[in-house]
Design a protein around this ligand. Structure first.
Ligand code: PEP
Ligand code: MG
Length: 542
């Protein structure tokens, strides 16, 4: 039995078999081969396998969905059989003695970059298809199937070097018991996704491919991973899991009770969700509404930006699932670690400080307006709150409001019904926290994103596991910025919520409530423990 320490995102425990998830960059391996003929044969076999896979996917999608949706696979077949691509890969293998994997990767990357540089946005978007086709070939060469994890019948613990948010949202959460990764940190979006799925994750583990297929225990609370645990330990943890389950059932008694401190302060408790499907667990855990719907996760993996009608239907349906309840939808917060194929963002030197969130939206108003029109239309069906991420200045808020006004006028001119949403911003940059008093006069509410606020206050990448020990959610600088924000909100009579991960940190709850924070928005599974803690707090007694 092996006992290994990691960094945990929650106190959950799980027991299950480990499955290795192969990330593309691990598949590439050596660049040079001593046996070009063999490499050529491997490439040709992988090529035929991919052509057959794509034909199968095309036929299946045509039969089960529509010709329109099946077309993507036909297009991928055309890209794969492109003679220039094919020749370039074969030349790289035969003349330059590259391995099949390296040849596919390097030729694919060059082609992708050429597409990215094109002016026509349609052609630019095809760059993402090149990547898909290249990945398919690489997985075929590795002998592993890209989607093989989806076909595993038994629940499993996923082990991988690194996992991006877009890979995480693709995981089938029914069978997923937990994550073990080397990269990533408990404040990364991948960790946040795991939390919303309600599964444990241990990060910063020196993973070993030989653990594939072995039994493991993740003890989130003890930040420990056990590989090949003995029977006695398995029984001990099975008993702990049962006890945790019982505790959760007891907490359910609080589901319909208000979050009210021992001395009578009422706090609103909302859930953070990433997809409409998460609303189910938000309701199960007694959420009073949704305090943060991260809309960018909806279409993180698509090649096309979702059109207005599609977005409108999703937002409206989310509101209909929680009629009359609070619903905050955050506009696209893409960039940095959240990369979507349809945006084809260029690699950046400092992505967290780069072209992301509201900066993309203000720079590409046509894209922004599609979402704003959809949100305005959805707000005809209830009191929708729209929230803008990564704000750093008053000017940004004023520009946003102008664009919103234009969208209103466009809808009005076209006779399309729309509502009057409540407009708020995230306070997640030090610039916004420091100027919160000015910003408060322009908006209806604040929501503090402690994940980014901490990252930018400490100048520490929230995704970097090596910085975790330096990362202090109790740091006075962060606490003071939160306090300043709360004061500015109340001076202007607007409510203030915390929707970053610190909102669920029970060691900070009393501090936040003492500052006058009105609401907390957390992962669904964190709601009831938080409500229990709030009900035990007395703000008048120190
Ligand atoms: C935050 O930054 O705290 C936040 C809630 O937004 P996200 O985690 O999606 O960046
Ligand atoms: Mg953020």
């Amino acid at each position: 039995m092996l006992t290994i320490k990691g960094q945990s995102i929650s106190a959950e425990i799980t027991i299950g078999t480990i499955r290795l998830y192969q990330h593309i960059k691990n598949i590439i391996g050596d660049a040079v081969s001593a046996a070009p003929e063999q490499e050529l044969a491997r490439y040709r076999a992988a090529y035929s396998k991919c052509m057959a896979q794509l034909q199968h996917l095309y036929d299946k999608t045509l039969a089960q969905l529509s010709a329109e949706e099946a077309d993507i696979f036909e297009m991928h077949r055309m890209l794969l059989s492109d003679s220039q691509f094919h020749q370039a890969v074969e030349t790289s293998i035969i003349q330059d003695h590259k391995t099949a994997e390296y040849a596919v990767y390097s030729v694919g990357q060059k082609l992708w970059e050429r597409f990215l540089a094109m002016e026509d946005p349609y052609l630019q978007a095809r760059g993402a298809d090149i990547q898909d086709v290249m990945n398919r070939l690489l997985f075929a060469l590795s002998g592993k199937d890209e989607s093989s994890l989806d076909r595993i019948a038994e629940p499993f613990i996923l082990m991988t070097e690194d996992l991006s948010p877009s890979e995480t949202v693709q995981m089938n959460s029914d069978k997923l018991l937990g994550f073990i990764t080397h990269q990533g940190s408990p404040y990364s979006h991948t960790a946040i996704l795991a939390k919303t799925m309600g599964v444990p994750a241990l990060m910063h583990i020196d993973i070993d491919e030989n653990w594939d297929g072995h039994l493991a225990i993740i003890d989130g609370g003890a930040q420990t991973l056990y590989i090949d645990p003995d029977d006695a330990l398995v029984q001990q943890y099975q008993a702990k899991i049962l006890l945790d389950k019982k505790k959760r059932e007891e907490l359910l008694a609080l589901k319909n009770m208000p979050a009210i401190t021992n001395d009578g302060r009422r706090i609103k408790l909302y859930a953070n969700i990433n997809t409409p499907a998460d609303i189910v667990s938000a309701i199960e855990n007694g959420a009073e509404g949704i305090g943060l719907f991260r809309s960018e996760f909806l279409y993180l993996n698509t090649h096309e930006y979702p059109d207005e009608e599609l977005q409108y239907n999703i937002y409206r349906s989310a509101m209909e699932h929680m009629p009359g309840r609070h619903m905050v939808i955050r506009t696209l917060d893409l960039g940095a670690d959240k990369k979507s194929p349809y945006l084809a963002l260029e690699p950046e030197e400092n992505p967290a400080l780069g072209y992301r969130a509201i900066r993309i939206c203000l720079n590409q108003p046509e894209l922004f307006k599609v979402q704003l029109r959809a949100l305005l239309r959805a707000s005809a069906h209830g009191r929708l709150h729209i929230m803008f991420p990564m704000i750093t200045s008053l000017q940004e808020v004023q520009r946003i409001k102008k664009i919103l006004e234009t969208c209103r006028m466009e809808l009005h001119e076209n006779g399309i019904p729309y509502g009057d949403p409540v407009v708020g911003i995230m306070i997640e940059t030090p610039a916004a926290a420091i100027t919160a008093d000015e910003l408060a006069s322009e908006v209806d509410f604040f929501s503090i994103g402690t994940n980014d606020l901490a990252q930018y206050t400490f100048a520490m990448d929230r995704n970097n596991a090596r910085l975790y020990s330096f990362y202090d959610p109790h740091h006075p600088a962060l606490i003071r910025l939160i306090g300043m924000t709360a004061k500015a909100a109340h001076d202007h009579n607007i409510p203030v919520c915390i929707c970053g991960e610190s909102g669920a940190d029970l060691t900070l709850t009393k501090t936040f409530l003492s500052m006058g924070i009105d609401a907390l928005s957390v992962a669904p599974k964190s709601l009831l423990p938080l409500k229990k803690a709030i009900r035990e707090i007395s703000l008048t007694v120190s």
